[in-house]
Design a protein around this ligand. Structure first.
Ligand SMILES: [Zn+2]
Length: 253
């Protein structure tokens, strides 16, 4: 099993380190800020050997060159990140990436960005979902890409309930408030909203979740439920249409 450490970088970006304890191979997931990621690795006593880039946006790639220079780590990520991060290996859908004894399947999950990748390891019960899935939310969708984003989310939702997800940001409290407004009769959402408020008060960073928890509380995962269709006045519509309406509603929330 992989050890994981998820922490705040910049204002709300997730820094994440994944360690294979047997081989000590350690991957940084994106690099919003090289200094903060290095400090976190030092604190854990882990040596970064790899950098996994989920997508090309600057807040995920801007520290990659400096982190690679400091560690000699091998960098892999999507082709459209090559302009902003020094990639040693370009990944595409269907590829496999190893970290020590663990391996991740690479899934192309567009919608938030064209080249966005999800790193999925069912055996290690871990998926790196970048800005596709957030705790109780999902990433912003590019114009005209609602269908692509819905397909990407549906792909992630095929993972088993006990798979942990590392998301790219902590927007948890805002997402929980939106979820509570859309899914009013869901006690799991109400409980998680209370937890999100407590986390905010305590200054606890929260970008780690599981498929099962998202299935229970994430309004975008739950777009196929009648209650969510009703919340956006689309009873009887397809889950994909409800998803798009929910995402638009979140933009205005
Ligand atoms: Zn992004």
């Amino acid at each position: 099993m992989l050890d994981i450490h998820v922490f705040r970088t910049l204002s709300d970006n997730a820094g994440a380190l994944i360690l294979d304890p047997a081989t000590k191979a350690c991957a940084a997931v994106d690099a919003p800020d090289a200094g903060q990621v290095l400090a976190a690795a030092r604190e854990k006593g882990w040596t970064i050997s790899d950098i996994f880039v989920t997508h090309a946006h600057a807040d995920h790639t801007q520290g990659v060159a400096e982190l690679k220079a400091a560690t000699g780590a091998k960098v892999c990520g999507p082709a459209d990140a090559a302009g902003s991060a020094p990639l040693d290996r370009i990944l595409k859908d269907g590829d496999t990436v190893s970290l020590g004894g663990s391996s991740f399947e690479i899934w192309h999950t567009p919608g938030h960005s064209d080249g966005h990748l999800t790193f999925a390891s069912t055996a290690s019960k871990l998926a790196l979902v970048g800005d596709v899935v957030f705790v109780m939310g999902c990433g912003r969708v590019q114009p005209g890409q609602m269908g692509a984003m819905w397909s990407s989310l549906c792909g992630v939702m095929t993972l088993p309930d006990d798979v942990r997800l590392i998301a790219g940001h902590d927007y948890t409290l805002s997402n929980a408030r939106f979820a509570a407004a859309m899914d009013k009769a869901n006690p799991a959402v109400a409980a998680r909203l209370a937890e999100a408020e407590a986390a905010k008060t305590a200054g606890r960073f929260w970008a780690l979740t599981t498929i099962g928890e998202e299935k229970a509380t994430n309004p975008f995962f739950r777009a196929g439920e009648p209650a969510l269709a009703e919340a956006v006045n689309l009873s009887g519509a397809s889950a994909g249409e409800v998803f798009a309406a929910l995402r638009e509603a979140k933009n205005r929330f």
